[in-house]
Design a protein around this ligand. Structure first.
Ligand code: NDP
Ligand code: GDR
Length: 365
C-alpha cells in the first residue's frame, strides 16, 4: 500500500485529492492547521475512527511555517508521495498579508523539500508542488505553456515563484523526484467562498431565493481558464506516477471573462443579464426571467462593481496550453465550463435551501 501526505488537506484540492487517493487504495495522511473552529467540512465524509482496524485516513496538526513539525510528521508517516497543497491561496489577500504569504507559500515549500532531504528520504519520497498560472502574470505569451516566461503580479505569485524554482533546484541538486504542476484556475462546489466563481454562484443562488439583493464584484474584464478541481487533482497524481519528474501546465485551453461567468451562472436560474455602463459604472440588469421558481423583476440591478475588489496589480488574461500534459500524462478532462457552472449553482441552491428549510421546503428535492 502506498502512503501519501497532503498539506492543505482540508482545502478544495486536498479534499478531492484525498478522495482520489483513498479510491486508489492509498494510506492518506493530511496536515491540518489548528483553528478555533472546526474547519474539516470538506473532508468530514472521509473521516475514519482512528481506533478502528485498517484505518487509511489520518489527520495531523501542523503548519507550513513550522519546520520541526513537518520533519516529525514526515518521519512518522514515511510518505511515498507528498502533495504540497497548503498555501495562503487568495491573491487579493496576499497584498494585505505579504510576509505571511511568503513564509507559507515560498519558505513553506522549502521546509517540505528540506525535511525530506534531512531525513534521507530523497530517493523514497516523490513531491508534488502546487504551482500556479499566476506565475505568468503580465502576459508574455498566449497561450501560456511550460516554456513561457514568468512575470508574477502579486505577493502570492512572487511567493509561488520561489516555490516553483526551489522545487526545480532540489530536483536538479539532489536528484529528488519533485515536480511542479502549473495549474490554471480550477473550481468546484468546494471552492472557497471568496474566489470569484464561488462568490458568483453563491450570490446567484441567494438572489434567486430572495436572500440577497445584489452581487458586488471587482474587475469584470479579467479572463480566466477555468477547469474542474476533480479533473485537476487527477493530473497531480499522474505527474507523480511518471518515470521522470517534470513540470506540467494543466489547463483547458479556453478563456472566459468574469462577466460571461456571471451571465452563465444567472442563466442557470433562467435569468438573462445585460451589462450596461463602463468601468466602475458598469452594472448588470435582469433582461428576462423565465424560471417560475426564481422569478426576478425585469430591469432589476443585480450586479455592480465595487473598486474595493480591484487588485493593485491585476492578471488580465490567462489561457493555458495543456498539450504536454495530454501527450505525456494522457490527462483528459471530464468537465467543461458549462458543466462546472451548472454543478456549482445547483450545489449553492441546495445549500441555501437546506439552510432556509421552512421557506424553501417545496423546492428541496
Ligand atoms: P484552498 O485555499 O482551498 O486550500 C489551501 C489549504 O492550505 C487549506 O487547507 C489551508 O488551511 C491550508 N493552509 C493555509 N495556510 C497554511 C499553513 N500555514 N500551513 C498549513 N496549511 C495551510 O486552496 P486550493 O485547494 O484551491 O489550492 C490548493 C493549492 O493549489 C494551493 O497551494 C493553491 O495556491 C494552489 N493553486 C490553486 C489553484 C486553484 O485554482 N484552486 C490553481 C493553482 C494553484 P485552512 O483551511 O486552515 O485555511
Ligand atoms: P485568482 O482567483 O486570483 O485567479 O487566483 P479569483 O477567483 O480570486 O479571481 C479571478 C479573477 O476575478 C477577478 N474578480 C474578483 N475576484 C474575487 N476574488 N472577488 C471579486 O469580487 C472579483 N471580481 C472580479 C479578480 O480580479 C481576478 O482577475 C486563483 C487562486 O485559487 C490562486 O490560489 C490560484 O493560484 C489561481 O487561481 C490560479
Amino acid at each position: 500500500m502506498k502512503t501519501a501526505l497532503i498539506t492543505g488537506i482540508n482545502g478544495q484540492d486536498g479534499a478531492y485529492l484525498a478522495e482520489l487517493l483513498l479510491e486508489k487504495g492509498y494510506m492518506v495522511h493530511g496536515i491540518k492547521r489548528r483553528s478555533s473552529l472546526i474547519n474539516t467540512d470538506r473532508i468530514d465524509h472521509l473521516y475514519q475512527d482512528p481506533h478502528a482496524p485498517n484505518v487509511r485516513f489520518r489527520l495531523h496538526y501542523g503548519d507550513l511555517t513550522d519546520s520541526t513539525n513537518l520533519i516529525r510528521i514526515i518521519q512518522e508517516t514515511q510518505p511515498d508521495e507528498i502533495y504540497n497543497l497548503g498555501a495562503m491561496s487568495h491573491v487579493k489577500v496576499s497584498f494585505d498579508t505579504p510576509e505571511y504569504t511568503a513564509n507559507t507559500d515560498a519558505i513553506g515549500t522549502l521546509r517540505v523539500l528540506e525535511a525530506v532531504r534531512l531525513l534521507g528520504m530523497t530517493h523514497k519520497t516523490k513531491i508534488y508542488q502546487a504551482s500556479t498560472s499566476e506565475l505568468y502574470g503580465l502576459v508574455q505569451e498566449v497561450p501560456q505553456k511550460e516554456t513561457t516566461p514568468f512575470y508574477p503580479r502579486s505577493p502570492y505569485a512572487v511567493a509561488k515563484l520561489y516555490g516553483y524554482w526551489i522545487t526545480v533546484n532540489y530536483r536538479e541538486a539532489y536528484g529528488m523526484f519533485a515536480c511542479n504542476g502549473i495549474l490554471f484556475n480550477h473550481e468546484s462546489p468546494l471552492r472557497g467562498e471568496t474566489f470569484v466563481t464561488r462568490k458568483i454562484t453563491r450570490a446567484v443562488a441567494a438572489i434567486a431565493l430572495g436572500l440577497q439583493e445584489k452581487l458586488y464584484l471587482g474587475n469584470l474584464n479579467a479572463r480566466r481558464d477555468w477547469g474542474h478541481a476533480k479533473d485537476y487533482v487527477r493530473a497531480m497524481w499522474l505527474m507523480l506516477q511518471q518515470d521522470k519528474p517534470e513540470d506540467f501546465v494543466i489547463a483547458t485551453g479556453v478563456t472566459t471573462p468574469i462577466r460571461d461567468f456571471v451571465k452563465m451562472a444567472f442563466a442557470e436560474i433562467g435569468v438573462d443579464i445585460v451589462f450596461k455602463g463602463e468601468g466602475v459604472e458598469e452594472k448588470g440588469y435582469v433582461a428576462a426571467s423565465t424560471n417560475p421558481d426564481y422569478l426576478l423583476q425585469v430591469g432589476k440591478e443585480v450586479v455592480a462593481v465595487d473598486p474595493a475588489y480591484f487588485r493593485p496589480t491585476e492578471v488580465e488574461l490567462l489561457i493555458g496550453d495543456p498539450t504536454k500534459a495530454k501527450t505525456k500524462l494522457g490527462w483528459t478532462t471530464e468537465y467543461d465550463l458549462p458543466m462546472l457552472v451548472k454543478e456549482m449553482v445547483a450545489s449553492d441552491l441546495d445549500i441555501f435551501k437546506k439552510d432556509n428549510k421552512t421557506q424553501w421546503e417545496h423546492l428541496i428535492g
